[in-house]
Design a protein around this ligand. Sequence first.
Ligand code: GCU
Length: 418
Amino acid sequence: CGPSIGPASGFEPNYDESKIPDYTLPDPLVSQDGAPITSAEQWNTVRRPELLDLFEKHVYGVSPKPCPIRHEVVSRKTVFNGLATRSEIDVFFGLADDAPSMRMMTYVPNERSGPVPAFLGLNFQGNHGVDADPAIELNPGWFREGRNGTTDGNKANEKSRGATASRWPVKMILDRGYGLATIYYGDIDPDFDDGFKNGIHGALGGQVADVAPESRWGSIAAWAYGLSRALDCLESESELGVDTSKVAVIGHSRLGKTSLWAGASDPRFAMVVSNNSGCGGAALSRRAIGETVGRINTVFPHWFCDQFTEYNENESACPVDQHQLIALIAPRPVYVASASEDQWADPKGEFLAAAAADPVYRLLGTRGMGGDAPPAKMPAADRAINRGVIGYHLRTGKHDVTDYDWQQYLDMADRHLQ
Ligand code: GCU
């Protein structure tokens, strides 16, 4: 279930390492004027703002300033035989009566002595896809056509209830003492190219009128903006029981690209998880293996800013690469996960990007990937690197989120958020 994976007809992806073009990664610790960055202060005042600006203008696009939010609690219910409280909350982007809204669903364990650390992530098939409980409202919005009969046209149907439950092991998360907050990503911006008329693009788009058109926010930036407003809501509604200084933002695939950008651009996220995020996420663009920048911009023209198309088949001209996106999360914990059968997302490129962010993490006083230096080689499948602040694993299997993945994220969270 979920969105399409892999190449569509007509594009022959390269999977041969020997055909990767020669490339040099831009150094996260050398500023644009060539000056070395040798202290945490220089990183925070010079290089970090510079890189953030480059990612905005060249990759994801510039988003509007945070809008004020308001929210309405729609339901609150004890679930799983008393284990947890589930709430549904409408979060409005702006104070106007007709402001667009997203529906957030939260779970917190009932056995807790205070607010709990939590995971926050967007979902692909509606909140009703996370758990089959018929009390969860069937999302009435636009859906990409489901492969398993889960949609009628572009509307979710009853078969989509619980359709992505295997990716959201809610009870496991609660048993480990964490809360979970999730939102259907299409509530924020429906995932199709309509010239940004619908979703929050339509409603808030006027606010980026002074930004050069080629550098205005794409859908990934809009989804990340929604995650930050969800965090605003968790901060303002203490009844939801979440310790907002300990929120890990998590996402799979295109939503993993989104969690990385959310974590890079909003330092309130205490931890970031990228599950199989691939091109435009954790994978190095310059390797041009599996999915490429040219391919992603052609098939999904609304995800990135238009400037990013300048780097189609020309990745080395881009002033940044994705290891620097991971570095923007430093010194906060980040976990990058790949899957062995997901060559489209370039597992090796994801590992190399995580390792290339390590010097920034060390400059900021952490152990980076652990040990004295990042490992020179990818770890064997199902052997997590998790002793430092940058975690990585290559899970055996397909492009997906499994219990194994979640166990690693929960272990990482135990070490850093509990
Ligand atoms: C496609 C796309 C990927 C994306 C994935 C997903 O495969 O090419 O970049 O990560 O969809 O979001 O499922």
